[in-house]
Design a protein around this ligand. Structure first.
Ligand code: NOJ
Ligand code: CA
Length: 557
């Protein structure tokens, strides 16, 4: 690998930061976060070490699913700003070394989108086939994404006396992906935002979007969902050499891998590792790293351009849908035992620090893990300062509270009256009095400083993004010892999932012992014995990142 490869395939060593403009920073004090506010926080994000911003939907919307119900793909929600502000953010971010990707939500529109209004106005509307209509719902119905909140994925329309498909809420009718006109529109939407300077898209609900179930048979080639994905990737490449598709695909590995598009990586550039994430929580609950180690070891090997995106939490529920019922119950019992902490029977609506009862050692251990696992880390705003959630907001809203900048009113997010805010600021132990950016910026021992250091080390260790992953054998199941290695180098990481201190014995192969290892996170080093055996002591929830220093080593440590 040449060093320039890390800049061409920039996403493989990126630090992605997801935020919702609406809840990040309010500059005109009307209570709603805005693009201008975000532009004033770009230096903060750059200082943290973020290299890619993922902006959640900021398009015009009735806002019944936090903006994932879009009524104009070519617009900006006027509450958040206008195109001028968006372009200023994209440009300024670029100057600060950050690319911007935006949510591409094309499985469905809002039921207030002009296409749907036209579609439902008459069976003869030229837009009728933009959506999926049936006289009767099929006998075998697909499951709704929101059990308990929706009963069916088909909704009857009185006026035209047919049912339309909606894989999500009934106010989010599914677009008909086999309609060539819809396909053209999807490409046009992508082209539009690329022209404004975005570096790609976080693609919402990919398997639903590409799924042709529910569409009448007889569409021949158009019914090949992956063919359409390949087309979109080709289109993206023609419009921008650097742009990526980061896809949301929560499926078992064997189904998920298809969406990367095979050996030549002509599908999604990156996919979130939902399986790894869910098994990480199972491992945390059990203080046994085997589920996580297995989930990581079973990852299919990807073509060089493709990449896994690792995450601890996102804006949705912490879904545990790919665990067995018993495993899910274990995680519920450990991290979300009360009914008001759960949603859809499958997930937890809390953030990490509250799940870990605020234990700083354990919280840091998890983030150390996130930044040392092979792949690209994705942070959800507020994770860097250890924000908690507001359970009283209910459901997925619990983690979508305003960013906590200072200890002042509204956490410094806005000076508007609290009732004007899109969501209440978190109270109690995780309130802005205890958790805010301003205090942590001045405290070298804060979580914020710790995450910044992790980011620096991660960015200087391209093997994490590029290298091969291996679990090192050692007898303690509470400890994950792994290496990531490639042309770029080799790094060891050791994480203790248990509160008990321990000593790990590792056999380091391949070099001539005794070998010196430098500690990448603190001022420390370790030496193997003359058989290459290393004894490492770890505190409860302790962790280390180490690298072998060979004689004549040119790399900086
Ligand atoms: C997945 C998004 O992450 C979620 O927030 C949204 O509700 C659904 N897709 C529907 O767009
Ligand atoms: Ca505002």
């Amino acid at each position: 690998m040449r060093i320039t490869d890390t800049s061409d395939l920039w996403w493989k060593t990126a630090v992605v930061y997801c935020l919702d403009v609406e809840t990040f920073m309010d500059w005109n004090d009307d209570g709603i976060g805005d693009f201008e506010g975000l532009s004033h926080r770009l230096d903060y994000l750059a200082e943290l070490g973020v290299t890619c911003l993922w902006l959640m939907p900021f398009y015009p919307t009735p806002d019944r699913d936090d903006g994932y119900d879009i009524k104009d793909f070519y617009g900006v929600d006027p509450r958040l700003g206008h195109f001028g502000d968006v372009v200023e953010v994209i440009r300024t971010a670029r100057d600060r070394g950050m690319r911007v990707i935006v949510d591409l939500v094309v499985n469905h529109t809002s039921d207030k989108h002009p296409w749907f209004l036209a579609s439902r106005s008459s069976r003869d509307s030229p837009y009728r086939d933009f959506y999926v209509w049936r006289d009767e719902p099929p006998a075998e119905q697909q499951a709704t994404a929101f059990p308990g909140q929706e009963e069916s994925v088909w909704e009857y329309d009185e006026k035209t006396e047919q049912y339309y498909l909606h894989r999500f809420y009934r106010f989010q009718p599914d677009l008909n992906v086999v309609n060539p006109k819809v396909r053209d529109e999807v490409a046009k939407i992508m082209g539009f935002w690329l022209q404004l300077g975005v570096a790609g898209f976080r693609v919402d609900a990919v398997p639903f979007f590409l799924d042709t179930v529910g569409v009448e048979p007889g569409h021949g080639e158009l019914a090949d969902p992956l063919g359409f994905l390949r087309y979109l990737r080709g289109f993206l490449g023609r419009r921008s050499g650097e742009a990526i598709l980061l896809g949301e695909v929560n499926l078992p590995r064997k189904d998920q891998v298809q969406y990367f598009g095979g050996d030549i990586a002509d599908g999604l550039t990156m996919q979130f590792d939902f399986i790894g994430m869910q098994n990480m929580y199972l491992s945390l609950a059990r203080a046994d790293v085997r589920p996580l180690a297995a989930a990581l070891s079973e990852r299919p090997v990807l073509p060089v351009e493709a990449q896994w995106a690792n995450f601890v939490r996102n804006h949705d529920e912490l879904t545990l849908d790919k665990l067995t019922d018993e495993e899910r119950q274990e995680v519920f019992a450990a991290f979300g035992p009360e009914p008001d902490m759960q949603v859809f029977g499958r997930g937890i609506i809390r953030r990490l620090p509250s799940m870990l009862r605020g234990d700083p050692r354990r919280i840091r251990m998890v983030y150390s893990l996130l930044f040392s696992l092979p792949g690209t880390p994705v942070l959800f705003y507020g994770e860097e300062i250890g924000m908690g959630e507001d359970l009283s907001a209910g459901d997925r809203q619990a983690v979508r509270t305003p960013m906590q900048w200072t200890a002042e009113r509204n956490g410094g997010f806005s000076s508007a009256r609290p009732s004007k805010l899109p969501a209440a600021v978190v109270g109690d132990g995780f309130s802005p009095t205890h958790v805010n950016v301003a205090d942590q910026r001045h405290d070298p021992d804060s979580l914020l400083h710790f995450i910044r250091r992790l980011i620096q080390r991660y960015r200087a260790s391209a093997e994490i993004g590029w290298g091969e992953f291996r679990v090192l054998k050692q007898p303690n199941n509470a400890v994950l010892a792994h290496t990531v290695s490639g042309d770029e180098g080799l790094m060891f990481a050791v994480h203790n999932f248990s509160p008990d201190p321990t000593t790990v014995t590792l056999s380091i192969e391949g070099e001539s012992p005794p070998m010196r290892l430098v500690d990448l996170l603190r001022d420390n080093s370790a030496v193997t014995d003359d058989k290459g055996v290393l004894q490492l002591s770890l505190e409860g929830y302790g962790f280390r990142w180490l690298r072998i220093v060979n004689p004549g080593e040119k790399r900086l440590f």
